[in-house]
Design a protein around this ligand. Structure first.
Ligand code: GAR
Length: 217
């Protein structure tokens, strides 16, 4: 099977990006090929890290655009010029316009540091601790117009431990993210995961293959 030409969009340190690039490097049968990394911020660590993997990078600085949609259209045109078929958002800290989301409908994945639909938005680890949840985690989903919403491809759960701080809990979740994103992308890019209505089924089933419980613990 020809791997799906995939771009990763980043804004910062790029640790999830690295987990995807490593998965593709270490598995000759990985169903996605990373052809481009784009950052909306110049000079971020993710760009250096992508270059170290030999992946072409580009910066499209959102500050150079008058409004969100003109940025999104320029970004989309750049991706299409590179023959990109699938987008992975990996710490891409931009609100996306409905135009971009619809244009890439079912061809754009995001990772969010919480078990959606709980804790959409920012500061998820602080809010999880405040809420007293006993399990926290992360989600890979298809992107829809509403922020941090869309069909769930896979989720991972980790325990909240006594004495956790936002940083310690966040580090545990990040470890789970690094295992979950390659797993979810593998499912989606290979066609094992499919959409029925707004629910994702894996090998025709709604459950277990897409759940990682306390990965790495
Ligand atoms: C990750 O924790 C990711 O889940 C989160 O930003 C971090 C990026 O880290 N994304 C969001 O909050 C999106 N709503 P990374 O740059 O090291 O991958």
């Amino acid at each position: 099977m020809t791997p799906v030409r995939t771009a990763i969009l980043v804004s910062g340190r790029g640790s999830n990006m690295v987990s995807l690039l490593e998965a593709a490097r270490d598995d000759s049968a990985f169903p996605a090929a990373f052809s481009l990394v784009v950052s909306n911020r110049p000079g971020v660590l993710a760009l250096e890290r992508a270059a170290a993997f030999g992946v072409p990078t580009d910066v499209i600085d959102h500050k150079a655009f008058a409004d969100r949609e003109s940025f999104d259209r320029a970004l989309s045109a750049r991706l299409e010029a590179a023959g990109i078929e699938l987008i992975c958002l990996a710490g891409f800290m931009r609100l996306l316009t409905p135009w971009l989301v619809e244009h890439w409908r079912d061809r754009m994945l995001n990772i969010h540091p919480a078990i959606l639909p709980a804790f959409k938005g920012l500061h998820t680890h602080e809010r999880a601790l405040e809420a007293g949840v006993k399990l926290h985690g992360c989600t890979v989903h298809l992107v829809r117009s509403e922020m941090d919403a869309g069909p769930i491809i896979a989720q991972a759960a980790v325990p909240v431990l006594s004495g956790d701080t936002p940083d310690s809990l966040g580090a545990r979740v990040l470890g789970a993210e690094h295992r979950l994103y390659p797993h979810a992308l593998r499912l989606w890019a290979s066609g094992r995961a499919t959409l029925e209505g707004e629910r994702v089924f894996v090998d025709g089933e709604a459950g277990a293959a897409a759940a990682l419980i306390a990965p790495g613990l």
